[in-house]
Write a protein that binds this ligand. Sequence first.
Ligand code: SF4
Ligand code: SF4
Length: 450
Amino acid sequence: MGLLQSLFHKTFAHGIHPPTSKKQTDQLAIRRMPFSEKIMVPLSQHFGAPAKSIVHKGQEVVRGEPIAVADGFMSVPMHAPVTGVVEGVELTPTARGPKAEAIIIKSHHAASQQVMYGADYDWQSATPEELIHQIQETGMVGLGGAGFPSHVKMQVPEDHQIDTLLVNGCECEPYLTTDHRLMLEHTDSLILGIRIALKICGAERAVIGIEDNKMDAVEKIRSRLQENDPISVGVVKTKYPQGSEKLLITALLGREVPSGGHSYHVGVVANNVATLSNLGNLIPKRQGLIERVVTIAGPGVAKPGNYLVPIGTPLRFALEHAGYFGDAIVDASRLILGGPMMGNTAASLDVPVTKTVSGILVLEQTQSSSEQQKIYPCIQCSHCLDACPVKLNPSQLGRLAAKREYEVMAEQFHLNDCFECGSCSYVCPSNIPLVQYFRIAKSVNRERAA
Ligand code: SF4
Ligand code: SF4
């Protein structure tokens, strides 16, 4: 792709250009990870009510079998990632810190990768309502990291008309390459998942948004589309955080989602490529989500790559398989779940990989001396204003946060439009941890409102 050509690719205002750091894994094909001895399936891996266990201690389960049912519409079921014996439902550590209930399965020593459960499903003859139910049965949630149940996201309120399904293939976080590999290696499943989603939301077209650092994926998908296909590919500039749903809608469709609004307010349903390629694989077989592709990378990993990891695999096992043998989260490295910009540090190596974990990164400690970590006063350079993609004033918000004026931040300075992309912190020469301040402010305001 020529430089001149890239100038014409669409984008949004502001944003930043951190090193993409994707070369470590973007040319490596997805590899399957073996089963760990113990699999821990948390009952809450999604936004909404936790699933309800339907298994008991000592019960034999086979790979793909439902082991927990959805507790209402805003919930999803869980399926056994491995054939084995249920050891119980126990409180286990989670990446966020507090323990939560999980179904513990002792893997059978000769467990097969074959999925035992499922049946052919004629999705083309199904109604949109039947397809929404079927999506809930898969246990699918937004695999881009949000964890919102996919069947809820696809159910558009009746008073809104949808004309476009937006498929998010940007994957703008540094290091992560799972979506890139899925677009290259599971192109047909992705296209099938898009056709199913089109049928549900009634949109006349689907546009797949892909950054211009993944032109091989653009070409592969275009080569699989038919003449006059309602699906097309829109190439956007490589820039962080282009993968934000609202920014992608603006860049590709020229529509602004109103503050506090939803994509359906501008006629759009949006989904991530990983979610749709998995649905394209699972729906025609009536199977559940039991594994996902995870990028394991960073300077601290000897065998980086994209691994197809059974849900519930302990982080320690996954990291050891990828060549990281640290005993704990040591000073010299940082363990991040997700991408380095919006991901979270893991509280322990004993937490399971869940449906929303797109990446496991072992990064070098970038700020090793206390002098470098020191926070300096704001010098009014305005770099953070130039970086903020939703045109907030992070410097002003930071000053208010220091005075704990959290309500003023929300009422007068649009704190709730901040989606915590971290661009402001990234560019701040004074090392002010702006995004951490904003997370705390939002969380305090939520608690006060409850
Ligand atoms: S973290 Fe929030 S305030 Fe900072 S750049 Fe991102 S959206 Fe703007
Ligand atoms: S980037 Fe940092 S130093 Fe510059 S104006 Fe923003 S908060 Fe102040």
